[in-house]
Design a protein around this ligand. Structure first.
Ligand SMILES: Cc1cc2nc3c(=O)[nH]c(=O)nc-3n(C[C@H](O)[C@H](O)[C@H](O)COP(=O)(O)OP(=O)(O)OC[C@H]3O[C@@H](n4cnc5c(N)ncnc54)[C@H](O)[C@@H]3O)c2cc1C
Length: 390
């Protein structure tokens, strides 16, 4: 059978594209290598700007919303802030991703799990996709199969990647620790050099992790995570349920993300994660949406051409990554100084959490830093922060 579109990978990028295309009446086949619902190592921080991209309510798939953030340095809280509206939700990825898949299915997408894509053959019209369950053909293939994308690799769309890495522990803690943390998400810029540690509360446990924002491999990541856990004053005893990690692409390079009018890649497969926080769900949803919109805009053309997809990604998403990289350069070169300056500027704190919610952009944050930094630097030099802040 020849489908209209085959999508490889049922993460946020693949499932949002499947949902939008199926809703528009296209015959969509979504292939997923794991058995669904599948576990995904992830902090599960779902920014408000990401929720805004989803054309249906996901309330049922959220653990809760967070309107509080703690910025820390090496286990010590530097400041605590609240936002007027929640800036992010916390999710468990098995539940959240499966919710999106089921929505796509309800619109008519065919979902085939335990089905690993292994081969891609370009035909004069369309593509043939080989998988662990046989062969299928379609007019278009979307590779949304994550950072180790087989589609990107086999078609040569993405060459060498810049990627950081993250390691996450799902940690059972005493109830008192959960109550202590409340709905605050913690970001600790002294937990690792060139990255940060996080504590994200979930309904009955914590997600505690370390993001290494450098392209260089960090062989000590597990040790750093354990040390980070041990330095949490409010987590006196804890039990690690599981530790899992993965690479996270560091977006920002200008790459062509399509092959003629037959193949495109989206989400992590297309390096769509921000290089400062390693946040990728929002950009997976965004690029998956642009992929679907590009296909739909051209569907009645005799010949398809996805140049518009790459162009829109360059115009709409890449500038965010470029500013995000500048923020990373400042924060990770001088993390102590940078958190110290953040501590002194309520405006910079608001803009930083506004970037996560979507009220501000990384460009705004970069401007706030360059505008306020000279003044703050003077303050920091003459009145250095000595810890124990909140
Ligand atoms: C430890 C960690 C913590 C993170 N925390 C956050 C966070 O808090 N907030 C945030 O926004 N981002 C976070 N990220 C990044 C985020 O998880 C990714 O950017 C996001 O999942 C990308 O979505 P995606 O749909 O592109 O790919 P994925 O979610 O990776 O989905 C790809 C899917 O493709 C499937 N697949 C792979 N190969 C094949 C194949 N050959 N055939 C068929 N299917 C295949 C996979 O099984 C998977 O289901 C984190 C990442 C890590 C590693």
């Amino acid at each position: 059978m020849i489908h209209d579109v085959i999508i490889a990978g049922s993460g946020p990028a693949g499932s949002i594209a499947a949902y939008l295309l199926a809703r528009a009446g296209l015959d969509v086949l979504l292939l997923e290598k794991e058995s669904l619902p599948r576990y995904k190592a992830c902090g599960g921080g779902l920014p408000r700007k990401a929720q805004a991209l989803i054309p249906f309510s996901v309330t049922l798939a959220l653990e809760f919303q967070s309107a509080g953030g703690v910025v820390a340095y090496d286990g010590k809280s530097v400041f605590r802030t609240r936002t007027l509206k929640p800036y992010a939700a916390l999710v468990m990825r098995d539940k959240f991703d499966h919710y999106l898949v089921r929505k796509a299915e309800a619109e008519g997408a065919i979902v085939r799990d335990v089905c690993r894509v292994t081969g891609v053959e370009l035909l004069s019209e369309g593509v043939r996709v080989r998988s662990s369950q046989g062969e299928d053909q379609a007019r278009v293939l979307v590779g949304a199969d994550g950072i180790n994308s087989v589609v990107a690799h086999l078609t040569g769309i993405i060459g060498k990647r810049r990627a950081g890495s993250a390691l996450e522990a799902e940690v059972t803690v005493p109830l008192a620790a959960l109550e202590d943390q409340g709905t605050y998400a913690t970001f600790d810029f002294g937990a690792i050099s060139h990255g940060y540690g996080w504590i994200f509360p979930k309904a009955d446990h914590f997600s505690v992790g370390i993001f290494n924002a450098s392209d260089a491999k960090e062989p000590q990541l597990r040790k750093i995570l354990e040390r980070y856990l041990e330095r949490q004053p409010h987590i006196a005893s804890y039990e690690i349920q599981r530790i899992r990690g993965h690479r996270i692409p560091l977006g920002g390079a200008k790459e062509v993300l399509h092959l003629g009018g037959r193949v495109m890649v989206a989400g992590d497969a297309a390096n769509m994660a921000d290089p400062f926080l390693g946040e990728g769900i929002h950009y997976a949803l965004w690029s998956g949406t642009i992929a679907a919109e590009t296909i739909l805009a051209q569907w009645n053309h005799a010949t398809l051409d996805f140049e518009a997809y790459t162009r829109r990604i360059w115009e709409e998403i890449l500038p965010h990554f470029q500013y995000s990289q500048r923020i990373a350069n400042v924060m990770y070169r001088h993390p102590k100084l940078a958190t110290n300056m953040l501590h002194r500027s309520k405006r910079m704190q608001d803009v930083m959490f506004g970037v996560i919610s979507g009220e501000h952009t990384y460009r705004d944050l970069y401007r706030a830093i360059t505008w306020e930094a000279p003044l703050l630097l003077g303050e920091v030099i003459f009145k250095p922060y000595r810890g124990g802040g909140i």
